[in-house]
Design a binder for this molecule. Structure first.
Ligand SMILES: [Ca+2]
Length: 555
């Protein structure tokens, strides 16, 4: 199979299936619902769909705890229906990538259940250890809840779980486990899928002996499994399978830096991943985690953007995103609910015109915002348990911690997609599994967005069309201007003698913008703007709230 780099020109759309669209009225999104919306995605211009896990799962972490890697969950349909979605997507010119979650399985996977027996070969599929006296085998903490070890009374041992106790970590050091992973990859690739998004893939190799970690809350032990000792060996092994197909892989990579990333994605014969989801720009309003909020700083955002844009250019390929299923809505975080449309467009121009492959998360293209639910538990986020403890540790009162958990919860991204202004936003004819954000009645829905030529949806549509028609948007070199501004993000792209100047305000105040040296705004073609008139005075302009403009120069 000749491998091509089609993914560089792709525009990807992430579907978190439980909340996308319900086709049978049971209140849970499903593949019939997806089928009914493929034309919508085509209309937007999407060329690749990433499905968050569709596999059988007890849903301790909504699909990221898999009990059967080769079967679609009955909640969503079955393998036959998935194949139909795959074929229908392909017929519309859209590729499909699956989520590959192999750091851990569900504790209801048959490997885990059989492996409780110390004599079973599946025992060595996981990290089982004896305790140390009355204590767990080491001091590692789970990222989701309490300690990283759970005691099993049946065999008297502990098993490792970096995430919830329903998500035991696989022992990737066991070659049989790696064969299973390759087998899963082949199964879906042979069916016709076009690649994978690999969940926390940089965590799969654990240091031999599982030594104690540096005692920090929530992430104790991380230095022994983030970019673990044999990670590159394993990914190289997996790549040999992937190389037989014209597919791509994007790895999720917490705590990643440019230099470390290049060891995975540097283009060439030893490349392991095609791109990575790093988290650096998601820390523009927090310290490491969304719940440790410190207020949005545009300078932090710009620094992260520019570090990755310049650091990877010509060496590796960027994955561009602003939202996914693990973060609250971006308008609430970096933009303004008051200036929802304007700020959403500014955010869109900020990242969709960078060098790399853009990803759009369901509902982002219609400017969905966070939901306000009465109780923390209503957000249905297993992550909240540890986040609450951490916030209390940092001195938050019970009340403040709970408020912070609500605004930082992943649940905000997981409310049903708002399709129209009918009951339940057109998501389901039944009772939605999670509350629908009532704002669908105030015009935040796909139907209203599609009908309004100045909407966020139509802005994304125009951006995608521009990307497809202009290689400068995909391949151009990147340079940042106005670096010291805490209100404006300004960058240029250059390619084959052409230039693009992107100006994005992150302020509701009037800010003076002056074109950088070498630019005459009157010579540029104005496009992808958030206001309908675009006056220029003295080669600059005073921005209106969250104004964004793009100038295109033929030379
Ligand atoms: Ca359903």
């Amino acid at each position: 199979m000749k491998k091509t780099q089609w993914y560089k020109d792709a525009v990807c759309y992430q579907i978190w299936p439980r909340s996308f669209c319900d086709g049978n009225g049971d209140g849970i999104g499903d593949l019939e619902g997806v089928l009914s919306k493929l034309d919508y995605l085509k209309e937007l211009g999407i060329t690749c769909i990433w499905f968050s896990p569709l596999y059988c799962s007890p849903n301790a972490d909504f699909g990221y705890d898999i009990s059967d890697y080769k079967n679609i969950s009955p909640d969503y349909g079955n393998n036959e229906l998935f194949k139909k979605v795959l074929d229908e997507a392909h017929a519309r010119g859209m590729k499909v990538i699956m989520d590959l979650v192999v750091n851990h399985t569900s504790d209801e996977h048959e490997w885990f259940k059989k492996g409780i027996d110390k004599n079973s070969k599946y025992h060595n599929y996981y990290h089982w250890r004896d305790g140390k006296g009355k204590n767990p085998p080491n001091n590692w903490s789970s990222l989701f809840e309490g300690k990283a070890w759970e005691y099993n009374a049946e065999n008297g041992q502990y098993y490792l779980h970096l995430f919830s106790k329903k998500q035991p970590d696989l022992n990737m050091e066991n070659p049989e486990v790696r064969e299973e992973v390759k087998d899963i990859m082949k199964f879906w690739l042979d069916m016709g899928v076009d690649g994978f998004r690999e969940d926390v893939i940089t965590f799969v190799s654990k240091r031999d002996g599982l030594p104690n970690g540096f005692p920090i809350p929530q992430a104790c032990g991380m230095e022994h499994y983030a970019d673990g000792p044999r990670i590159h060996e394993y990914l190289t092994e997996f790549r040999q399978v992937l190389n037989k197909y014209d597919c791509f892989v994007v790895g999720e990579a917490p705590m990643m830096t440019v230099n470390k990333a290049l060891k995975y994605i540097k283009e060439g014969p030893n490349q392991e991943l095609d791109m990575m989801f790093h988290f650096k720009h998601m820390e523009a309003d927090c310290i490491f985690m969304d719940c440790l909020c410190i207020g949005f700083s545009l300078k932090r955002l710009k620094k992260a953007f520019s570090t990755w844009q310049t650091g990877l250019y010509g060496k590796g390929w960027n994955a561009l995103y602003m939202e996914n299923h693990d973060h609250p809505r971006i308008i609430n975080r970096f933009g303004s609910v008051e200036y929802r449309t304007e700020s959403a467009k500014s955010i869109a121009n900020s990242y969709m015109l960078q060098c790399g492959t853009p990803f759009i998360y369901q509902g982002q293209e219609i400017g969905m915002v966070n939901i306000d639910l009465p109780e923390v538990e209503d957000y249905q986020d297993v992550f909240a348990v540890n986040n609450y403890k951490t916030l209390r540790l940092f001195g938050f009162s019970d009340e403040k911690a709970k408020q912070r958990l609500k605004t930082s919860s992943r649940g905000n991204a997981r409310t049903p997609v708002q399709w129209d202004d009918s009951e339940n936003a057109g998501f389901t004819t039944g009772t939605p599994w999670m509350p629908v954000n009532p704002k669908y009645k105030d015009g935040i829905n796909a139907k209203a967005e599609m009908e309004n030529p100045d909407s966020i949806f139509n802005h994304y549509k125009a951006l995608i069309k521009f990307r497809k028609e202009n290689p400068i948007a995909v391949y151009g070199a990147y340079k940042e201007y106005n670096k010291s501004s805490s209100e404006l993000y300004v960058y240029e792209r250059t390619y084959a003698g052409k230039r693009l100047l992107v100006i994005c305000s992150y302020s509701d105040k009037a800010v003076d913008f002056k074109a950088p040296a070498g630019y005459d705004l009157n010579e540029g073609k104005v496009m992808l703007c958030s206001y309908n008139d675009n006056p220029v005075v003295n080669n600059g302009f005073k921005t209106r709230p969250y104004e964004t403009r793009v100038y295109y120069f033929e030379k």
